[in-house]
Design a protein around this ligand. Structure first.
Ligand code: HEC
Length: 153
């Protein structure tokens, strides 16, 4: 009995090892950061839909989406962007190596997003006009970073 358990354990460890070996480089980090980005897209989509008149303005839903965007700014991303984890290491990523250069100033671009998300948080629940006014800076902050940190499509 004991031997069977030991055998099964060794088989399980070997399996886990082979799964990890097959895993593409930085797979976990890339998935995690893309998840944060997808969550940003989901929430800005709610706000953008209202700004464009595709969805009726709903103060509570707008506030929730803005709060969620700010929440993504609070997540510690220090483990998510190891140097070398760009598209050339793993095609699952659309990150460009130039995003790791000082010139790209991705930290500054993230700051711009945080500032815009907080402005949206202050405005979103207070009426459609305020939401619309905060939309440009917010959307621009996403694009501003993508321009310097993602491989051109
Ligand atoms: C500070 C830089 C930065 C900011 C700010 C930023 N992004 Fe990104 N985003 C990236 C990078 C880099 C990637 C590529 C990540 C990867 O594939 O490894 C990315 C990827 C994405 C993706 C693709 C995710 C996937 O599954 O491949 C979406 C969608 C996205 N961002 C939406 C947004 C939205 C919406 C905002 C603003 C509300 C935003 N991002 C703000 C840098 C940023």
């Amino acid at each position: 009995m004991k031997r069977i358990i030991v055998g099964a354990t060794i088989a399980a460890i070997a399996l886990a090892g082979s799964v990890m070996a097959q895993d593409a480089p930085f797979g976990m980090q890339i998935k995690a950061r893309q998840g944060i980005m997808a969550y940003r897209a989901l929430n800005i989509g709610v706000l953008g839909g209202m700004a464009k008149g595709e969805a009726e303005y709903d103060a509570a839903a707008a506030q929730k989406a803005a709060d969620n965007l700010v929440a993504t700014a609070m997540i510690d991303q220090s483990m998510l962007w190891p140097e070398g984890s760009d598209n050339s290491a793993n095609p699952a990523s659309t990150a460009d190596a130039k995003g790791w250069t000082a010139e790209a100033d991705v930290g500054g671009k993230e700051e711009a997003f945080v500032t815009a998300a907080m402005a949206m948080q202050a405005a979103a629940g207070g009426g459609l006009d305020g939401l619309k006014a905060a939309m440009g800076d917010l959307g621009g902050s996403c694009g501003g970073c993508h321009k310097v940190s993602r491989i051109p499509k």
